[in-house]
Design a protein around this ligand. Structure first.
Ligand SMILES: [Zn+2]
Ligand SMILES: [Zn+2]
Length: 256
């Protein structure tokens, strides 16, 4: 993390629309019970990092089938999609075959919906997350990931070998949950949270969702993350936060 390498010029971060998640009851987002009965609308965002050595797609959003089916209700969630990753890549004259690397923050359905958008990429995946995905009970739903050439890692992972784009090991939401650190020439360090936090309020209050795999591990990951954010004076983007995402340049304008 404390890389002394200079930030490579020319790295761009594109924010992509990966859907919307209306939540009718936020109770599952806090073991404390503090959010019972509240409702909110979360955004679902994905990111394309363009580096001189290649392109990395971070998170794969909701399934593109939602474009045809329309919104789907599965309480407490109503999920919907306006556009696909493939259509957004096309606006940059990119096709799935052009993407060198793909990585997901974690295995949940709202981060793994469109593997077809990175067809031909090498999948960078935390070993613990990979093992959890392909456990007997869940393997079937991740068939779209079996075609990828796969690089498994533990600890943090330096995507381009120059410290500019780091996948950070921050478990607790899921066994191998990760966040992404990107060092940009103009903006400085950007931290994409994955689902370490879902909402700005949950970050302020250090609330742990009921569906996390490990509460203590989550709190330790929050400590690790906040220490990096402080040291790097980083721009923190909570990927499900409508306001955090709205503060980023609107696609196809990149953050530099
Ligand atoms: Zn999640
Ligand atoms: Zn999520």
């Amino acid at each position: 993390m404390a890389s002394t390498a200079p930030t490579p010029a020319g790295i761009e971060l594109y924010t992509m629309n990966c859907g919307t998640i209306a939540v009718s009851d936020l109770d599952i987002f806090a073991v404390s019970g503090d959010y019972a009965g509240m409702e909110d609308t979360l955004t679902d965002s994905c990111y394309l990092i363009r580096h001189p050595e290649g392109d990395l797609l971070w998170d794969l959003g909701l399934p593109a089938a939602l474009l045809e089916s329309g919104p789907q209700n599965n309480p407490p969630f109503t999920v919907s999609l306006e556009t696909s990753l493939i259509d957004q890549l096309a606006q940059l004259d990119l096709s799935p075959a052009d993407i060198e690397y793909v990585s997901i923050s974690h295995m949940h359905f709202d981060h793994t919906g469109q593997p077809e958008a990175a067809e031909g990429a090498t999948w960078l995946v935390h070993e613990a997350e990979h093992d959890a995905m392909f456990a007997e009970e869940t393997a079937e739903q991740y068939q779209g990931f079996t075609a990828f050439e796969t690089t498994k890692f533990t600890g943090d992972y330096d995507v381009f070998g120059d410290g500019s784009v780091m996948i950070l090991e921050l478990p607790g939401h899921t066994p191998g949950h990760t966040a992404l650190e990107v060092k940009l020439a103009e903006t400085g360090t950007v931290l994409l949270t994955g689902d370490l936090y879902h909402r700005n309020q949950s970050r302020e209050e250090r609330q742990v969702p009921r569906f996390n795999t490990d509460v203590d591990q989550t709190l330790a990951s929050m400590d690790t993350f906040e220490a990096i954010a402080e040291e790097e004076q980083a721009l923190v983007v909570i990927q499900h936060s409508p306001s955090d995402v709205a503060d980023l340049p609107e696609f196809p304008t990149p953050l530099r």
